[in-house]
Design a protein around this ligand. Structure first.
Ligand code: AMP
Ligand code: ZN
Length: 674
């Protein structure tokens, strides 16, 4: 074993402290003072040190968020004190009754409350010993829950170490941000899995995943709202509890408010009923809590819930409309999704004309028929869904919805791919609908970015049978394109061919996005490309190699492996290789940007902002947001902003994106384009 030199020990400790401090600024105070890039840089440095000297690894190191799968599932844990649920109400009168009851029980005639938002997630109890996270448990039945520590450690906003060395038990809510909820459901449609009905189910489903890698991919988040035995920490009010939690490093929901008596409660509730759409997490109401802890203690608990708090919920936003027709959408992997075409109605801020019906089991369970009056609601305030029909309003002309016997697009046979799958798929591998979705992904901005090849043109290419696979795009001739007919003149053709030609030079990660590998999005595509450097290496990768990538668990590793071991896919890839670049222009010259401060301005062709930042950092440089005399280089994309002028004025060197790529690329890595 290498002996750890004292200066390395010191450095690692410093990095750990810095990283913990900056993630506290970022997640808890919502006030970061360094860029994500600077953070990543420190994290990378710590990872390198720990790789070299594994003795340096501590359980609270920010590098230790994703660990191994617990061998035998989740253990049961007994909570120190019970986790109660809350009494619910939707009405102002009942809130008034609550207020009067509390006043009477305490013998006071005025009260201070804390109003909080009620997060739609699932409750979680954390235990810290000497400030280190030792246990995270679900509520379970309130007395005994499940040990989900390994999964909760992956949640970046939950500190592995508090800012004070306390023994303490905390409660809060783990949730999925709305954006994440939407993305997961979209993925689940393609995978033929049943959709999560709401963010709470999605969060629960995610937290109960056995593989922490899969959990880490999901970007769960958390807010905390309770300390067990607050007086032990000299806290006299709920309001102090909230700020104390912030102080020790736990994130609290930022919109809590102190109010007196009931008018403030009702104003808060009304305000957030309107404003809740602006938040990136679902809230289903407010929670009203008596502020003074000694009053809480005096009031105590019923068998089920505290007498000092009440959930004042928002009415579900629902609306009635008519289901006019059902259409069928065929996805990239052939999943056939029934979609309700509705009489347009306005709901939670948007006009809704269509709603997913998920799958045919869902339609059957809810007995949804064409012509029905239906009740709509938005799941997670985002996805419009039919939650029920009103059969009592049927007139007799309504029609039962039958699964299609053939693919609505290609007339191919339909069926289930795997046992137990709810989704129906078109089983024809050459189905143009699948091909259309795949092509549209391939040419999209995050992928090969072939501008001018929009939905309509893709459809026409398919109808004319000119394109059967990605590689066919690169074989198109002006003559063939001219035959597409109206609206496609010489100029359009020339432009299109130019764009197609340009896409040949795209870096590998863009190609990977375009291939539509199940489970591989933008971020993972970049990680894969950076790690494997070229397509051949990725094709040859074994499951173990794939598992080395952060955020890749066994399921995902297998999915990627299977993709690259499918005969048809390999044939197509071999064809594609004749035309397009299959290398990642990155593992160029390591450290070439060492110590360089770089600013990026304008829109780049090959990289998003985040990608170029990651690239710069990977090569040793750092990214700053504004130009100063200390800036070493400004990379200039299309439509550059004032930073370009500033650079010229201060005499800072500027380069175009292409020049930059030339600069960082070594001799041995020239891709096809150069
Ligand atoms: P219910 O499950 O409807 O009985 O509501 C009680 C649950 O609301 C608690 O177990 C928590 O998981 C959740 N909750 C969400 N936000 C809060 C909050 N600010 N204070 C207390 N409980 C909350
Ligand atoms: Zn089909």
């Amino acid at each position: 074993m290498n002996k750890v030199p004292p200066e390395v020990m010191k450095r690692a400790k410093k990095l750990r402290e810095e990283l913990n401090y900056h993630s506290y600024r970022y997640y808890v105070l919502n006030d970061p003072i360094i860029t994500d890039q600077e953070y990543d840089e420190m994290l990378k440095e710590l990872m390198m040190l720990e790789r070299k000297y594994p003795e340096l690894i501590t359980p609270d190191s920010p590098t230790q968020r994703v660990g191994e799968k617990p061998a035998e599932g989740f253990k049961e844990v007994r909570h120190f004190t019970r986790l109660y649920s809350l009494d619910n109400t939707y009405s102002e009168e009942e809130v008034l009754e609550f207020h009067n009851r509390v006043k009477r029980l305490l013998g006071v005639d005025s009260l201070e409350y804390v109003c909080e938002l009620k997060i739609d997630g699932l409750s979680i109890a954390l235990r810290y010993e000497s400030g280190t996270l030792v246990l995270a448990a679900t509520r379970g039945d309130g007395v005994v829950g499940e040990d989900v520590t390994a999964n909760v450690r992956t949640i970046k906003s939950i500190p592995l170490k508090l800012r004070k060395p306390l023994d303490i038990e905390i409660r809060g809510e783990v949730f999925l941000p709305k954006s994440e909820f939407k993305a997961i459901n979209e993925e689940r449609i393609e995978e033929g899995l049943p959709l999560f009905a709401n963010p709470r189910n999605a969060a629960a489903g995610t937290l109960r995943q056995l593989d922490p890698h899969e959990v880490a991919r999901r970007n769960l988040d958390a807010f905390f709202y309770q300390i067990v035995d607050p007086r032990r920490y000299n806290l006299e009010t709920q309001w102090e509890v909230l700020s104390f939690m912030q102080e020790i490093g736990l994130k609290t929901e930022p919109h809590a408010k102190r109010v007196k008596d009931t008018s403030g409660i009702i104003d808060y509730w009304k305000h957030w009923q309107e404003e809740k759409h602006s938040l990136n997490y679902a809230v289903d109401g407010t929670v009203i809590k008596v502020n003074l802890i000694h009053q809480q203690e005096e009031l105590g608990y019923t068998a089920k819930s505290p007498r000092w708090a009440i959930a004042f919920k928002f009415p579900a936003e629902q609306i009635r409309t008519k289901l006019i027709q059902v259409s069928f959408q065929v996805g990239r992997t052939g999943v056939i999704t029934p979609v309700a075409e509705l009489e347009p109605v306005s709901l939670s801020g948007t006009v809704v004309k269509r709603a997913t019906l998920h799958n045919f089991d869902y339609i059957r369970e809810k007995d949804i028929r064409v012509g029905d009056q239906v009740i709509l609601e938005k799941a997670g305030e985002i996805i419009p869904q039919i939650i029920k029909t009103l059969p009592e309003l049927r007139t007799g002309v309504e029609k039962v919805i039958k699964p299609p016997e053939r693919c609505p697009v290609c007339q191919g046979t339909v069926g289930k791919e795997k046992e137990g799958e709810v989704a129906l798929r078109c089983l024809n591998p050459a189905c143009p609908a699948k091909l259309e979705r795949r092509l549209r992904l391939f040419v999209s901005r995050d992928a090969m970015d072939i501008r001018g090849l929009g939905e309509k043109l893709v459809k026409r290419l398919l109808t004319a049978n000119l394109v059967k696979n990605f590689s066919d795009l690169y074989k198109l001739t002006p003559f063939e394109l001219a035959q597409l007919g109206t609206g496609i003149g010489d100029k359009t053709i020339a432009n299109l061919l130019k764009e197609i030609d340009k896409s040949k030079d795209k870096p590998l990660h863009k190609l990977l996005v375009g291939l539509g590998i199940p489970g591989v999005g933008k971020k993972l595509a970049l990680d894969l490309a950076m790690h494997f450097e070229n397509l051949e290496n990725l094709e040859k990768a074994e499951i173990e190699d794939l598992l080395k990538i952060q955020g890749v668990g066994i399921e995902l590793a297998e999915s990627i492996y299977n993709f690259f071991h499918n005969k048809e896919i390999l044939e197509e890839l071999n064809e594609l290789k004749k035309f397009v670049n299959t290398k990642e222009p990155r593992k160029k010259i390591k450290g070439i940007l060492e110590g360089k401060k770089i600013v990026v301005t304008g829109v780049l062709k090959n990289y998003t902002r985040k990608e170029i930042h990651d690239l710069i950092i990977a090569l040793g440089g750092s990214v700053t947001t504004s130009v100063s005399s200390r800036t070493d280089l400004v990379i200039v994309g299309e439509n550059p902003g004032s930073k370009l002028e500033k650079a010229k004025k201060s005499g800072v060197k500027t380069v175009t994106e292409d020049e930059f790529l030339d600069m960082i690329e070594g001799e041995d890595s020239n891709d096809l384009s150069r």
